[in-house]
Write a protein that binds this ligand. Sequence first.
Ligand code: HAM
Length: 430
Amino acid sequence: MSVDKIKAIYGTRDILPAEADIWRKIATTVAKVADEYNYSFISTPIFEATELFSRGIGETSEVVTKEMYTFKDQGDRSLTLRPEGTASVVRSYIEHSMGARQGLAKVWYAGPMFRQERPQAGRFRQFYQFGFEAIGSLDPSIDAEIIAANYHIMELLGIDDKKLYVNSIGMPGERKKHKEAFSDFVAPLIGKFCADCRKRFETNPLRMFDCKQDACMALLKDAPVIFDYLSDDNRKHFDTVCDFLDHIGISYELDKKLVRGLDYYTRTAWEIKSDKLGSQDAISGGGRYDLLVEQLGGKPTPGIGFAAGIERVILAMPGKESGQDRKDLGFFVVIGNSRYKKEAFGLLTKIRKLGFPADIDYLGRSLKAQMKQADKSGFYYSFIFAEEEMTRGKVILRNMVDSRQFEIGLADILKAGNTIQLGELIGYIQ
Ligand code: HAM
């Protein structure tokens, strides 16, 4: 009887063991930079009350109107799989009175996000982000700090062709003035814009700058930009951010047409892009959200943050050099005769307890096949339980890189109390 196979849902994907190294590298790099910049880890639920996102991200944003995975649970509550992390972090900040307890909350997170977008290269329906948020300060130097953290992570991951674009999108008052001038500019041309832009014109005209269509971009070439409508204070804020970035040697470009896709943004906004990525070229994006805490029921509190799409980061990272075999300090235990299985299993456990990676065959393979497997495992050494040596209480230690071999007393290894003693035993063959 043949049974239909079940496949992963369109727009989702498995992260397979072959990709494990790169995911781990990203995770450790992000955690390291978070430590260096003193951001603490936070984890919020994957689903939240739908209202959190409709109120937080904005009723008119494309994410809320078109892309959310919203469902009713058994209790008839409307829940949504989080499309991004900021609204949840701000909810948590308010719920746990983080402001009162620590003044400034600096947190980072990583995990899956869900948006029902049209899948394409670098765009998925379940994708992974890591993000940083700093809630509680309007000091422009924190803008520079968090942009620097974003930039440094990309630097450490070897993404050389990145470009950082910065802008300020002001506050609602400035946007209102800009909107009037922008509407006057666009109104006579509105028939020439795409259907999406015509809709954006009604709901959130600034978002028209987000359109990827060349024709719309061309029509907006000389359109008024929000940057030119900034108040003196906000202009000064932005200039100070740039000044700090210059001072710490982070290069950026002012992009007055940069707008972000979520409604909560105010003042500073930025994106890091890579040419390697095609149309979905933003590796990360962020900005200030100085009104969001209040909008979600907290006290007026400024905030700033960014998130990066891990799948896109991977696309932008340099490829692994071919022909370069991974060799980790670790041991593959090879058994010449199943009689030695128990001793071999004991040795395997001992090595692991000493803190080294180790593995053994579980498929009853021949000695030759086990040696091949040892080679493929990527471990630096193998321990071989061979007939003749075992009669003398010895096992063979083989260096898998240069094939040198050496005999060691099994009892000596089992006696090793720590990594140094084991290191001394295997030191002969380094
Ligand atoms: P965002 O620009 O919507 O911002 O997303 C940030 C990053 O997530 C994007 O630059 C991109 O790399 C990745 N991304 C977004 N959608 C997809 C997708 N469908 N497939 C793959 N990758 C995707 C935010 O999410 C804000 N919460 C960032 C933020 C934090 N702002 C302030 N704090």
